[in-house]
Design a binder for this molecule. Structure first.
Ligand SMILES: [Zn+2]
Length: 453
């Protein structure tokens, strides 16, 4: 009797084991290895970087989204369902970083000096990036930005140059490495001078990309129709448009680029690494353009929403959302001309970037021109004296003239050392908590990438 009972127990345990095996095998976040629980095996990694997006940029977009658009930010969804860390970002040589050093620190996990792209602490020895590690493992890779695809942030993941201004080399290296998806602006660095580009070596990288098997696209509709495992999307000779100006162009949104990226990269059974950047948040903030900054944060947020939906579809995905640094010392000050705090209604009425308004003003405008053009693009009626000031100077005078109407303050036209957030969810996000240096984001991604592989 006792023996029979023992056999029955054994059979039952075996049956439970067989039943649970597929469940355990599919459970990416928790499985037991020889040294105890191994956390965070992710098949895919999506790293999203809001360039220049400090806590105030996020806060301004949050207020605008909730109070004007009547909806919550997708980034808040990520925060609520995942984990959040406080992030600092000083470099080997500075308290205030720029995008090249910041991106290299995130991509390689070491402190480096300003302006270097994908180089280690000595500034001239290439460091192995998280994208290169993913590629070695047979994973698909992608880089996406609204700035230039040769600009510092995407460059630091797939290229190695001593100074970020060497964008011609960056373009060649990104293709040489075979990054599967490359979407952004600055097509000029892919074309020789003879065809209107900026390459001095005479190479036509678009032609070379075709030969290497890339589908090459240049508009939103071409992007939508593109199929294949490798796509090069160059949507502007310079940077892509600010979101606030984009409707008048044929360019895709960051969210549309994100959809195509994930669609292409997810075809690889070994998984993928993608870095997706809201690159123009930084540029709008450099220009102290409050409305432009907020619109670009919202465009970035929409792309985060796409990544979040993907992660729900494929939960073996580590999603990290962060920034490289803060730009502009943006301050949500306590007053504007008509309101206490930011004037969200005034910001809503602004229809163009400051850059576009200045283009419309042309050279040496009269104060009457300035008043008309500003009113047409912003619905703000500035005074005669303010118009005279703006007529005599350029961009930042207009920005400071508009500041009291919009109720957003700026301490700088450059970057600041403001701490940032990194938040995310999915396997590997367990360590995305507490106080982190941006170099640690590399380790978090690498651990997730290598666990169980
Ligand atoms: Zn910047």
């Amino acid at each position: 009797m006792e023996r029979q009972s023992r056999i029955r127990t054994l059979v039952l345990l075996l049956a439970i084991g067989i039943l649970l095996a597929p469940v355990l095998a599919g459970c990416a976040t928790q499985f037991v290895g020889p040294g105890g629980p191994v956390r965070g095996q992710a098949r895919n990694i999506i790293l999203m970087v809001g360039d220049g997006m400090g806590p105030s940029h996020f806060g301004a977009a949050w207020l605008y989204s909730n109070r004007i658009l009547g909806k919550e930010l997708r980034m808040v969804e990520v925060m609520k369902s995942g984990r959040t860390a406080y992030v600092v970002n000083d470099t080997a040589d500075a308290i205030v970083t720029e995008s090249a050093a910041a991106a290299t620190q995130i991509a390689c996990g070491v402190k480096v000096a300003a302006q270097v792209v994908g180089m280690g602490p000595d500034g001239k020895t290439p460091c192995k990036t998280i994208l290169e590690t993913a590629r070695e493992k047979g994973m698909a890779t992608g880089l996406v930005t609204t700035s230039g695809i040769t600009d510092a942030t995407p460059a630091a993941f797939a290229a190695h140059v001593e100074h970020r201004s060497d964008e011609a080399s960056v373009a060649a290296q990104e293709l040489q490495l075979g990054v599967d998806v490359l979407f952004g602006g600055r097509k000029q660095f892919f074309l020789p001078e003879s065809t209107g580009g900026k390459r001095k070596d005479g190479r036509d990288l678009i032609e070379e990309a075709h030969k290497a098997g890339y589908v090459v696209v240049g508009t939103a509709s071409e992007l939508k129709q593109a199929t294949g495992g490798k796509i090069l999307g160059l949507f502007n000779m310079g940077n892509m448009a600010y979101e606030i100006d984009r409707a008048k162009t044929a360019e895709p949104s960051l969210a549309e680029m994100t959809v195509k990226t994930l669609e292409v990269l997810a075809q690889n059974p070994k998984g993928f690494f993608a870095m997706i950047e809201g690159g123009r948040i930084d540029h709008a903030a450099h220009q102290n353009d409050a409305a432009g900054t907020i619109r670009d944060v919202l465009a970035f947020d929409e792309a985060v929403g796409v990544a979040l939906e993907f992660q729900r579809w494929d939960p073996d995905t580590l999603l990290i959302v962060t920034a490289d640094h803060e730009t502009g010392g943006m301050a949500l000050i306590g007053h504007s001309k008509k309101h206490v705090g930011m004037d969200l209604f005034a910001i809503q009425k602004v229809q163009s970037s400051l850059e576009r308004i200045l283009e419309a003003l042309g050279k040496n405008p009269t104060s009457e021109n300035v008043r008309d053009v500003v009113e047409k693009h912003t619905a703000i009626g500035i005074t005669e004296e303010e118009a005279r000031l703006a007529a005599n100077d350029a961009l930042h005078t207009l920005a400071s003239v508009l500041q009291p109407y919009l109720g957003v303050g700026w301490a700088s036209q450059g970057h600041t050392a403001s701490p940032l957030f990194a938040f995310g969810s999915g396997p590997g996000s367990e360590d995305l908590v507490g106080f982190r240096h941006n170099t640690e984001l590399f380790r978090i991604m690498k651990t997730a990438l290598e666990a169980g592989r």
